[in-house]
Design a protein around this ligand. Sequence first.
Ligand SMILES: *Cc1c(COP(=O)(O)O)cnc(C)c1O
Length: 368
Amino acid sequence: MPKAQETILEIDLKALKHNFEYLKSQTKPGTKLLAVVKAFAYGSDANEIANYLQELGVDYFAVAYIHEGIALRQAGITKPILVLHPQAVNFKLLIDHCLEPSIYSTKILNEFIEIATKEKQTHYPVHIKFNTGLNRLGFAENNVDYLISKLKETTSIKVASIFSHLAASEDLTEKAFTLNQIQSFKNISEDFIPMLGYKPILHICNTSGILNYPEAHFDMIRTGIGLYGFGNSEKENKHFKPIATLKTIISQIHTIEKGQSIGYNRAYKSDAQMKTATLPIGHADGIGRQYGKGKGFVTIHGQRAPIIGNVCMDMIMVNITNIDCKEGDEVIVFGPDSTAEQLAEQVHTISYELITAISQRVKRVFLK
Ligand SMILES: *Cc1c(COP(=O)(O)O)cnc(C)c1O
């Protein structure tokens, strides 16, 4: 791999393939795989990632919002795309780009039927979302009769899938709760399908659900974080390879005398002579201010250098007093060895938050 000469997010498509194949190997033959590529494929690059997954034979994609789906269509994605949280204002655009809405409430159902009818659609695929305990989006179990009556009134839409989302699939102390969600999803589908008269795809598992509840894979699994190389525990992480390495370089090295301060608000004051390196990455690139004041760290020549003082918009300063390095040397913020999850833990957050925050101004470089 060539050394970084600026801040880059290097994305290893071989690692993505490994994660994809591992997840597939955990399912029965015939189980479909939906790749969740919302939020720029968790901060990597939705277009490249989705195109590569399409080559690998993924069955479905999901994004959160309609505009994310439009971008994928424009990048050449032809597989079905489920929009998890569509807004009615964009329904015409959704139809124009053959995106498939999650229908989670009576209001959104009526709004979608109205526009699908106006646009002269027949059997337009929609996905009915049920709330089985997350209490975020979805119909209640006792909405089934109403839903069926609405669906029988129209030929504009058809149900491509029914699904739900687990609240605590990674937390084995919540196993009873999760099993209850799965049972409630089963009850709903056993009610719903005979009344509907045809069989939609059933799906409930996210990455941790796939690993911890193999009996609940149904017809399709939905995976996001696993594809990008993380699980939600050390045990889960073992199976995955982080696909992204955030690299930067040393712009300048300073020798700081005892009593001098470093950065804005003089947040760090040195109590002895020390050496610092200034790096071209800051909170506008996704390394939030919470990583400052010694909480976050980077790796230079295999050694940890803590971030000192406040994180600036475009820069951080790190302590390199005991590291043999020079201006222009490569710096790893996170990667396969020093992971995004370990860095995120320093500020009590999760890998999901850190990786999706890496801003679009950081150049993406693909290793194929
Ligand atoms: C984001 C999301 C997923 C993916 O979850 P991971 O834990 O990243 O696998 C699956 N389903 C829904 C409804 C989501 O919003």
